[in-house]
Design a protein around this ligand. Structure first.
Ligand code: APR
Length: 238
């Protein structure tokens, strides 16, 4: 498989955007959701662990699961894929990932569509939000800001809306992009995955980087099969 056409498209791009999922962080030891038997959703029902209903039913189970994921992320370091993306000075990074590995690799323009796991916020949206130590994650606690609601990870659960400001910025970036690099996502969760078709509708070239087939492939100009940490440094030589 040759990457040359994709490399040429990236080299001549004027407005590059990346759209990433759990596969970008997988080489850093962060578990994915649905692509392998080790994925989170292969072992758990997402509605039990990543939804307001599941949190109301068993907050202890949810916070214990997030504590495990937070400790996993505390031990993770950015991989060569994060560094290759972060090294591009003007690229906008739209990610479904809640880890901060792109930022720790030096990326500055990161839009977290599904929130950030390294912070807690008030479940009742009183306005309280605080960064947390991933290595020492909180358990079930009342919101320190209002005391009326529990605090919970500052991530977007199934059935919750994406942060409107982040979504608007992501749509703007996509509509102005001329090359979209889709990395490590099954592209099955909407509205996030709809950004790929939106890029295409606005004339962008779509390059997919994935170890396996994904729902993005039908929208791609180039499908590169391989791991993000080995392919991205080839696509973004610097
Ligand atoms: N390099 C590139 N791609 C990889 C790698 C790798 N090393 N390892 C796995 N992948 C690919 C898999 O083939 C799969 O297509 O990453 C994708 C992971 O898919 P999912 O587990 O579905 O993760 P993601 O697409 O990020 O899920 C989207 O679903 O549960 C929600 O909120 C959660 O943001 C998440 C959303």
């Amino acid at each position: 498989m040759t990457c040359t056409p994709a490399i040429d498209a990236i080299a001549s791009a004027r407005r590059l955007v990346s759209f990433s999922g759990a596969g970008l962080s997988a080489p850093s030891g962060v578990a994915t959701f649905r692509d392998t038997a080790q994925g989170h959703w292969a072992k758990h029902d997402p509605m039990d662990l990543a939804s307001p209903v599941g949190f109301a039913r068993d907050p202890e189970l949810v916070m214990t699961w997030y504590a495990m994921r937070r400790r996993e992320m505390a031990a993770a370091t950015p991989n060569a894929g994060h560094r290759a993306l972060a090294a591009h000075p003007t690229m906008v990074h739209i990610t479904q990932n809640t880890d901060d590995l792109l930022e720790r690799a030096g990326a500055t323009n990161v839009l977290h569509l599904h929130g950030t796991i390294n912070a807690e916020r008030c479940h009742g949206r009183c306005g309280w939000r605080s960064p947390i130590d991933l290595a020492d994650p909180p358990g079930v606690q009342s919101c320190p800001g209002c005391g009326h609601h529990p605090s919970r990870p500052d991530v977007v659960w199934f059935g919750e809306s994406l942060p409107q400001d982040i979504w608007t910025a992501a749509v703007d970036a996509i509509e102005q992009s001329d090359v979209l690099v889709v990395v490590g996502t099954s592209a099955v969760v909407h509205p996030a995955a709809g950004l790929i078709a939106l890029a295409r509708d606005h004339g962008a070239s779509v390059i997919v980087v994935n170890t396996d087939a994904s729902a993005a492939d039908g929208l791609a100009d180039h499908v590169l099969t391989g791991s993000a940490d080995t392919l991205l440094p080839t696509l973004f030589p610097h």
